[in-house]
Ligand binder design. Structure first.
Ligand code: PMP
Length: 409
């Protein structure tokens, strides 16, 4: 049996039709579809194990706590974090980055200091740092990309000085699909004593992430892009940073003792998990990561790699043949994600026509306005593939795109 079809059979949303056409879902970089194991866990918890974690002495709460903490252990293992204390549940990559930008910078970022971000950053890896810089009277520096959308780790050297307090780097751009040399960047930044946060919203899905091998100080990602539930995400942090950083939000669960005179905080990881967490969504990370792991291993993993290589080769070739098409981002090191424009055609019009053919793609600024400015455009069309997408879907997409272009010109 075909390994890719086997994966598809486990993801019910893929079997639907849109306007009477089979759905071709190519917006995976925004949200991936869920396998049955994730849906079943969400249903089970919503219908039976819906009880607050960590709080109560009764069976349902115990079960919910075990599922929540079990998912934390699965995340720890998946990214090879040293301990559960390093794994903080958040509401997503955005919340994880805001946590660090707010808490780390409150302690370490002072007037006249700076933060470095990479030019290919999502708004989530720009704006939180700008807010922190404004608060501290610090400035934002940018590690630039070249005309291909590639940044070089070496180019950070001239930007590094004793006033740089943290570097925030994109692992894989959600616009360009390029896998960046974050390990090399981390090595260089560390030589200058500067910690590095990696925005792994796309990186966690498409690469094997070992936080100890990467030696990153922080790694942020969302569950919903890796087959999990929306409103759940992870912040990995090195223990000494997390210990030294002040709490981000105050409330229940993150405290030791509370008096009106003084409050002490709960030990890690709960110090950063104030209030009732999204325990159902977070618990679903276990089956989500089990699924991600399973489809990346053995014969199935090999089939996925082969399929993705074929899709990349086909898409690059087919887009190059369309008159006036420009694909943004050129690198050997890429994932099957393609952002492009076609001369004379508005991206929004292309997407609307494709939608009527059952094809779901993303258009607009893709939450990366500075990157749009770099390429001199205000909008792009993005087709982002997951392991369950087939070469036949890529072919259908290209034939649909050709029809759309012919209609619009
Ligand atoms: N960074 C990157 C590279 C992303 O692709 C995204 C989501 N598109 C985010 C950050 C933000 O993720 P979320 O909206 O799930 O918090």
């Amino acid at each position: 049996m075909n390994a890719i079809q086997d994966i598809r059979d486990r993801v019910p949303a893929l079997a639907q039709t849109v306007y009477g056409k089979p759905l071709v879902y190519l917006d995976n970089a925004a949200t991936a579809q869920k396998p049955v194991e994730v849906i079943e866990l969400l249903n089970r918890m919503n219908s039976a194990t819906n009880a607050n974690v960590h709080r109560a002495m009764y069976r349902l709460s115990d079960e919910a706590t075990n599922l929540y903490e079990g998912a934390r252990e699965r995340v720890r293992e998946f990214i090879n974090a040293p301990a559960r204390e390093n794994v903080i549940f958040t509401s997503g990559a955005t919340a994880s980055i805001n946590l660090v930008a707010s808490s780390f910078c409150a302690k370490y970022l002072k007037e006249g200091d700076s933060v470095i971000v990479t030019e290919d950053s999502h708004h989530s890896n720009i704006v939180p740092w700008q807010l922190a810089c404004e608060k501290a009277g610090a400035s934002l520096k940018v590690l630039p990309i070249d005309e291909n959308g590639v940044w070089s780790a070496q180019d950070i050297i001239p930007l590094l000085d004793e006033r740089v307090k943290i570097v925030a780097a994109t692992h894989i751009s959600n616009v360009l699909g390029i896998i960046n040399p974050v390990k090399e960047l981390i090595e260089i930044a560390h030589r200058y004593g500067v910690p590095v946060l990696v925005d792994g919203a796309q990186g966690i899905v498409h690469t094997r992430v070992d936080v100890q091998e990467l030696d990153c100080d922080f790694y942020a990602f969302s569950a919903h892009k890796i087959y999990g539930e929306t409103g759940s995400g992870i912040l990995y942090g090195k223990e000494h940073w997390l210990e030294e950083m002040p709490p981000y939000m105050g409330g229940g669960d993150m405290v030791g003792t509370v008096t009106f005179a003084k409050t002490t905080y709960a030990p890690l990881p709960l110090k950063f998990e104030a209030g009732t967490p999204n325990f159902i969504g977070s618990a679903a990370l276990k089956p989500a990561l089990d699924f991600a792991w399973e489809i990346s291993q053995g014969e199935c993993g090999k089939a996925v790699k082969e399929s993705e290589s074929k899709i990349i080769a086909y898409m690059k070739g087919a887009l190059a043949e369309i008159d006036g098409a420009v694909l943004y981002g050129e690198s050997q090191n890429r994932i099957p994600l393609f952002s492009f424009n076609v001369e004379g055609c508005h991206p929004g019009d292309i997407a609307q026509i494709l939608d009527k053919m059952g094809i779901a793609v993303r258009t607009g600024m893709l939450c990366a306005e500075p990157l749009m400015a770099h390429f001199g455009v205000t909008s792009m069309v993005r087709a982002s593939f997951a392991p369950y997408n087939t070469l036949q879907e890529a072919e259908y997409f290209i034939s649909g795109l050709k029809r759309a272009v012919a209609m619009l010109r």
